[in-house]
Design a protein. Structure first.
Length: 265
């Protein structure tokens, strides 16, 4: 009887061992990427918003993807979309030329602020610099021609991109920063602010506090862009379609897509 029991146990073991020795299935690449991103974000003390979607498979990674955050210069992409929608509608022409004034110059990134006033450039030149160099002077030139931040916000909301808000111009942001050091700067216009420069009383601590208090975001958006919209079921897909556009490959919408690709790269 005991021999039979041992025999039965050995038979059962033979059936169990092959099954248990099978290797676990390899994790999907998207899962490995998500794990790596979670490790990176956990190791840095910051607020993260990450949204990734594979255009081939539809797989997604969403880490705090719906929290609305300060976009900083990423708001220049919605601004570019608004520009080229108006170009497509025949409301403006990127070939139009104008002379840059001192009042057009802004602090921060870009080269236009370093060039002589009176420089003659096309609107397309300004857009190119806004995207490739994140030029703040060019950004406000674009804001002035599309109807300001409110128009960019309206356009995004009309497209279903309801988490995107253009909160102000580059000038608005830099003047608010200057006010953190000297409240009297609130009366300055663009030319006076650029000519006078930031107040001497503006300390590094003031600048750090200005950033971390978050009272003056350059723009607002979530990583996922808020609500689902568009045929892809997400707002990022909708914006991508807008940038790629219904226009011909050599048309303004395709041009906008090329500019955005340069910025993203």
């Amino acid at each position: 009887m005991r021999v039979k029991s041992i025999h039965a146990a050995l038979v059962a073991l033979l059936f169990v061992l092959p099954a248990s020795s099978q290797p676990a299935p390899a994790p999907k690449p998207i899962d490995l990427l998500k794990e790596k991103l979670e490790q990176i974000s956990a190791g840095v003390s910051a607020d993260w918003g990450i949204y990734i979607k594979s255009l081939d498979t539809g797989e997604e990674i969403a880490i705090n993807a719906d929290k609305v955050m300060d976009t900083m210069s990423a708001i220049k992409i919605p601004l570019l979309v608004d520009v080229y929608r108006q170009v497509d509608a025949g409301k403006m022409n990127t070939a139009d030329r104008f002379a840059m004034k001192t009042a057009d110059k802004r602090f921060g990134t870009g080269v236009l602020r370093t060039l002589d006033s009176g420089l003659n450039l096309s609107f397309r030149d300004a857009l190119e610099l806004m995207i490739i160099q994140s030029d703040n002077s060019a950004t406000d030139m674009a804001f002035a021609r599309v109807g300001g931040p409110a128009h960019v916000t309206q356009t995004m909301h009309e497209l279903g991109l309801n988490s995107i808000t253009a909160t102000g111009t580059s000038f608005d942001w830099f003047r608010a920063l200057a006010e953190a050091g000297d409240p009297s700067y609130s009366r300055f216009g663009p030319e006076e602010l650029f000519t006078k420069g930031f107040p001497d009383k503006l300390t590094d601590a003031d600048v750090e506090r200005f950033h971390f208090e978050g009272k003056h975001p350059f723009g607002l958006s979530s990583a996922r862009h808020g609500q689902a919209a568009g045929d892809d079921g997400d707002e990022q897909g909708r914006q991508r379609k807008i940038l790629q556009g219904d226009a011909a490959d050599d048309g303004p919408a395709a041009d906008a897509h090329a500019h955005s690709a340069l910025y993203a790269g």
